[in-house]
Design a protein around this ligand. Structure first.
Ligand SMILES: O=C(O)CCC(=O)C(=O)O
Ligand SMILES: [Fe+2]
Length: 444
């Protein structure tokens, strides 16, 4: 079935009538709305270089071009294992299980999450059909330079010279999954003893109307030489929380120090939840963002749907003061907002988060986050790390924030207390299926 009729013919379950009534389309969105939340970070310096490029027509490549070959691919063993924790949201112990998973793995699979399977499957098959179109057609909705929405490489591809065997459509919007992401964020914090009263969100307590989010459709076409390339390089997500639907085709792997890469075997109906870098900062290092990568297949075209959830765009992220203690001085300064953090990430990649640490007993362990030999890295020189160890040392001894720590003191965290950006010109609500059908309309 051609994508046009597929998207047009999507049968909306009555439950989704709500979304249909919010029939905003991409084509009617003002430019300011489609380029709002994260894009600045991807503009400027080296980042645009790759965002201006467009993905190859993968179907026409019968051999792997050298630009896609990653020699670090087999540096660590790959293990098939069912040990990545599965958390059932209906489990009476869900909070503890989720907290434990965040502390020990930085990732878990979530079941009974409340997102209707039919919605997820419809999205997946619409995305699959869209990605299967010839390259020239997909390029009709190519991302413009400096914009986050549209077709192109995965956004992290901009950080690397070497190419990854994947393409991607990105969009920002709000929908059902935002409620889940927000709920997960609060559960993660609750399991550290943090309540909504400890966090000043800009809005009524716990009201995250201005939270930022990016939705991504990733496509990993079948590959003639899957053992020499990567769909996505090892990376951590820069978000607070990321939610991944990885269909029933495996390929997503998470790294465990001293062991290697664990494949996250798809559990039917489960979503994968990643702790992101900003959550590591917020939790004062109690949770660690998970290093993960994606492998590709010789004969299968893998699709994944990813929702990256973060704080309002202009809000500074800082460790929660309530989590400080004699053995837990603040591990990070009030960092920056999500935009600025992504800029740091573009330059330092896996070293971005460790570089911000005020002291770093774990620095050497975390060093592995930098792919060995900086393979494929855009910058030539090794980044300098911020050296605030003197400050951190004193803080560690006293258990108090360092004297010139500019972080939030008054209310636990006011990680979210910085002035938010001017009310963003209308937060747009629309459904992903509508989005796909609008994109499809524009292609035809
Ligand atoms: O495709 C996947 O399973 C994961 C994608 C991912 O890690 C990302 O988009 O950041
Ligand atoms: Fe990721």
């Amino acid at each position: 079935m051609p994508i046009y009729s597929l998207a047009k013919g999507i049968k909306f379950h009555p439950k989704y009538k709500y979304y249909l009534s919010l029939s905003l389309s991409l084509s009617t969105m003002p430019a300011s709305a489609s380029a709002r939340v994260v894009p600045d970070a991807y503009e400027g310096n080296s980042v645009n270089v790759v965002l201006d490029q467009v993905p190859d027509d993968f179907n026409s490549l019968h051999e792997l071009p050298d630009s896609y070959a990653w020699t670090t691919l087999n540096e660590h063993p790959s293990l098939d294992s069912d040990s990545v924790p599965v958390v059932d949201l209906n489990d009476p112990n869900a909070l503890q299980l989720l907290g434990h998973a965040c502390k020990t793995w930085g990732v878990f699979q979530l079941t009974n999450h409340g997102i209707p399977q039919t919605l997820v499957h419809d999205m997946e098959s619409a995305a699959r059909s869209l990605f299967s179109l010839p390259a020239q057609q997909k390029l009709k909705v190519a991302r413009s330079p400096g914009q986050i929405s549209g077709y192109g490489f995965h956004l992290i591809a901009a950080f690397w010279d070497k190419q990854q065997w994947s393409d991607c459509i990105t969009e920002e919007f709000e929908k059902e999954i935002k409620k889940l992401a927000s709920r997960l964020m609060w559960l993660m914090l609750a399991s550290l003893g943090i309540s909504k009263d400890d966090v000043e969100w800009d809005g009524p307590k716990g009201d995250d109307q201005n939270a930022s989010a990016v939705f991504q459709f990733n496509s990993y076409p079948s590959c003639p030489d899957p053992d020499r390339t990567l769909g996505l390089v090892p990376h951590t997500d820069s978000s607070l929380v990321s939610i991944v639907h990885q269909s029933n085709i495996d390929g997503l792997q998470v790294f465990r120090e001293g062991t290697g890469w664990f494949t996250i075997q798809p559990v039917p109906g489960a979503l994968v939840v990643n702790v992101g870098d900003l959550m590591s900062i917020l939790s004062n290092g109690l949770y660690s963002s998970v290093l993960h990568r994606v492998l590709v297949k010789r004969a299968q075209h893998r699709i994944s749907l990813v929702y990256h959830y973060g704080p309002p765009a202009a809000v500074k992220i800082a460790p929660l003061e309530k989590l400080f203690g004699p053995s837990h001085p603040p591990l990070y300064p009030p960092v920056t907002n999500w935009n600025e953090y992504i800029s740091t990430k573009a330059k330092l990649k896996g070293k971005a988060l460790p570089s911000l640490r005020l002291y770093d007993p774990l620095m050497n362990e975390l060093g592995h986050l930098q792919p060995k030999g900086l393979e494929g890295q855009r910058t030539e020189n090794s980044p300098k790390t911020v050296s605030n160890r003197g400050l951190g040392q004193r803080a560690r001894e006293s258990g108090r924030p360092p004297r010139n720590f500019k972080g939030p003191r008054a209310k636990g965290l006011a990680a979210f207390s910085q002035p938010a950006s001017p009310p963003q010109a209308g937060y747009f609500f629309f459904n992903v299926l509508l989005f796909l059908s609008v994109i499809t309309d524009r292609i035809y």
